[in-house]
Design a protein around this ligand. Structure first.
Ligand code: GLP
Length: 249
């Protein structure tokens, strides 16, 4: 096992522990008047985390005024108000319920023209770099081992870019888009390089369905066929799992 793992009884307990870790980091940065740079993820895995962060804000006064966040990815093309847009997901689950400043959260723009994408992706990374990099990156994992939308074959030094989604990823997403033919074929994703440059990485995975890919990512060889396996080479990455997701380790 080349990646540290921590296993919880269930995803609820795990999500609370990750939320506590984030709260501690935000507060430590507040004490020294520094921004806290978070890399955020979508998908079902972080939903419990965001619910707990909202609770910590409402019930325990956790402030997000010093938080600057960068989401991993967005479908392309995608209307921000669409039911499936990741910016809408983030607003509904987190941003609209805490005191993060609207200018401080970033989700890749699904409405760019093709011609704008390269410059936009370059600027997205430049903003992160200007802030000194991501302090803590939250990740889920696709069934094929993708992180963000860095699919199999993504290079370890890949940049933020427009990618073609794997068939298997589109099939998984098609339930939200009422059918494969309505499911986007492309997305904008933060590259592997910026993920690897984050000072700390927490990948969360729940359920039996993730057990195989977790085993491969943690214990098998590092390969660009399974981008999550790159995290074996990160010096501060941890996989937070429930019992089912850890069952093949
Ligand atoms: C999508 C997202 C990924 C996410 C993955 C897994 O592909 N772009 O960032 O990790 O789904 O989703 P879930 O957490 O629902 O299993």
């Amino acid at each position: 096992e080349n990646i540290n793992t921590v296993v919880f009884e269930n995803s609820n307990e795990a999500s609370k522990a990750v939320a506590q870790e984030i709260a501690t980091l935000i507060q430590a940065k507040q004490k020294v008047n520094s921004p806290c740079i978070l890399g955020l993820a979508t998908g079902s895995s972080p939903k419990g985390l965001y619910a707990e962060l909202v609770r910590l804000h409402k019930e325990e006064g956790l402030s997000f005024k010093n938080v600057i966040s960068f989401n991993l990815d967005e479908y392309y093309p995608m209307e921000p108000n669409s039911i499936n847009s990741y910016v809408r997901f983030m607003k509904e689950l987190l941003f609209d319920h805490v005191d993060i400043l609207p200018e401080n959260y970033h989700v890749p723009d699904g409405l760019l023209t093709k011609e704008q994408i390269a410059d936009y992706c370059h600027d997205y990374e430049a903003k992160i770099e200007a802030l000194g990099g991501i302090d803590l990156q939250i990740l889920g994992i696709g069934g094929n081992g993708h992180i963000g939308f860095n699919e199999s074959g993504s290079l370890q030094n890949s940049k933020t870019r427009l990618v073609a989604l794997d068939h298997i990823t589109r099939v998984a997403a098609s339930k939200d888009f009422s059918g494969l033919s309505n499911t986007p074929r492309t997305a904008i994703t933060l590259g592997v390089k910026k993920i690897m440059e984050a000072k700390q990485v927490i990948l969360m995975a729940w359920g039996e369905g993730k057990a195989n890919i977790i085993k491969k990512s943690v214990e098998d060889e590092v390969t660009n066929q399974i981008p999550a396996s790159f995290l074996q080479e990160h010096n501060n990455a941890i996989f937070v799992l429930d019992k089912e997701a850890s069952s093949k380790l």
